[in-house]
Design a binder for this molecule. Structure first.
Ligand code: LLP
Length: 461
């Protein structure tokens, strides 16, 4: 939950004093409810924690908020306000950044398949960095910049061979995925050089490319610092080797995002300060061992800033109960079943695709009132025409939950609205931001008219 969300005296969930019934009356459901106060606090605390940990190493850290997790004009403006920069990955995200008035120097552009139009847009906006993903793209950026008579600021995205899982990581070549330049083995182009080295060599040869440094991103929803530490070490070693071999100075190094958050009580992410200190210790010792000055470090957190700031408010509709096998059911207990109640809400996989895409777990609470009724194992499901349309797989909710009650699902700030769809012609929900006791729409919910406006009707032959 965001820091300012709690039950009020009437037993209703309230954010910064505004009760969910008021939000429902004003904006309808489903609705994403975000705490602007909490968003700003988390953005600032990430920046402060990393700045403090890296102060003596490289004078602080540039934090690029990963817009892919959730972006709209207001959020982009708050990010800038709090002293962060913005990581984008498409022309559309750049358009939002431009609308929010973010300076090009504070923007990065990612993507494994940037269009010429996106590269041109990045150059028009004088972006601080274009993160190049492949040799192919390096040539393309160099040519476009050269045709324009300009110099593109480039970082190279490498795959350091660190494959991070939620609770563990395995150091593996991990070559078989679409992102980045491989640091392992020979590239297919030139024997003896990895794709990463070939890109460094090529980038230093282009008059239209300013090579700022190296970048990596090892994965997402990671709790332990080990994977980040190993990636930092590998990148710094490569950074030092390339600087020496090609007599260049690369002033920056980006270690990506991926810091995990708690979706349910079993998740135990580390505080940002702890991760920052662990990463700083490795950067400090690796630079000392290599005898180099640390480049300016940057990171790209998305989920860890926005994820916990938001909950989704749903209204309960139909209910049904089925009997299911008890967990761990054995032959001897063949007839042991227990009831599971299906609680349907007015949204689902169109506003939160994460359970169906990643088996993600969420929790839910009865938000519109308190109940003294006993708890019943429940599954919160959406209204879509798919049995996989689950919002919360298993949660205990009061037995008397009924149609018209409001449920709140916390932790929906990252990759929920961002991944939303119009499946089954449902209108995407709006996003409301609360601050100082007032609730303001930052993204309007779609209407049926919005959906029909894009349908061009029957062609007139
Ligand atoms: N930097 C790069 C280059 C990335 O690709 C990503 C996420 C981030 C930063 C931010 O990662 P974060 O700090 O938010 O974990 N849809 C998935 C997550 C996909 C992440 C894509 N890249 C999900 O809902 O879990």
């Amino acid at each position: 939950w965001a820091q300012d969300v709690r039950k009020n005296d009437a037993g209703e969930l309230a954010i910064d004093g505004i009760a969910v019934s008021e939000l429902k009356a004003q904006f309808g459901t489903p609705l994403f409810v975000m705490s602007e106060t909490d968003f700003r606090a988390r953005a600032r605390s990430f920046k402060d924690a990393f700045d403090a940990a890296f102060a003596d190493i490289c004078g602080g850290v540039d934090v690029y908020y990963a817009g892919k997790s959730f972006l709209c004009t207001a959020v982009a403006a708050w990010v800038a306000d709090e002293g962060l920069r913005l990581d984008t990955c498409s022309g559309g995200e750049l358009a939002v950044a431009a609308r929010a008035g973010i300076k090009g120097e504070n923007l990065g552009l990612h993507g494994n398949n940037k269009s010429d139009a996106e590269i041109n847009r990045a150059l028009d906006m004088k972006l601080g960095r274009i993160v190049v993903d492949s040799l192919d793209e390096l040539d393309r950026v160099a040519k476009i910049a050269s045709d324009r008579g300009e110099i593109a600021n480039v970082m190279l995205r490498l795959t350091p061979g660190v494959h991070a899982h939620t609770h563990e990581f395995i150091a593996t070549a991990h070559e078989d995925q679409k992102f980045g330049l491989s640091m392992a083995g020979d590239s297919t182009e030139q024997a003896g050089l990895s794709a990463a080295e070939e890109a460094v060599a090529a980038a230093t040869g282009y008059a239209s490319i300013e090579l700022l440094g190296l970048h990596c991103h090892i994965g997402s929803q990671i709790f332990e610092p080990d994977g980040f530490e190993l990636a930092a070490q590998k990148l710094l070693r490569f950074h030092a080797a390339m600087q020496e071999k090609y007599s260049i100075v690369m002033p920056e190094l980006d270690l990506g995002g991926g810091y995990g958050i708690a979706y349910t009580p079993v998740d135990t992410p580390r505080p940002a300060a702890e991760i920052a200190q662990a990463m700083a210790a490795v950067v400090r010792s690796t630079c000392a061992e290599l005898g180099i000055t640390s480049p300016r470090i940057s990171i790209e957190p998305g989920r860890a800033i926005v994820g916990s700031t938001t909950f989704t408010l749903y209204e309960v509709g139909t209910l049904k109960t089925v009997r299911v096998d008890a967990p761990g059911d054995s032959e001897a207990e063949e007839n042991v079943t227990h009831p599971r109640r299906y609680v349907s809400v007015d949204g689902g996989m169109s506003d939160n695709a994460r359970p169906v895409l990643y088996d993600a777990d969420y929790s839910a609470i009865l938000a519109s009132r308190t109940s003294a009724a006993s708890a019943q194992l429940s599954r919160v499901v959406g209204k879509h025409c798919e049995s996989g349309d689950i919002v919360v797989r298993d949660v205990y909710l009061p037995e008397d939950v009924a149609a018209g009650d409001l449920l709140a699902v916390p932790g929906t700030g990252a990759y929920c609205w961002a991944l939303s769809s119009n499946y089954n012609y449902l209108a995407r929900p709006g996003v409301v931001a609360v601050r100082g006791g007032s609730a303001r729409l930052i993204v309007r919910g779609e209407t049926e008219e919005d959906l029909l406006n894009r349908d061009m009707g029957v062609p007139n032959d």
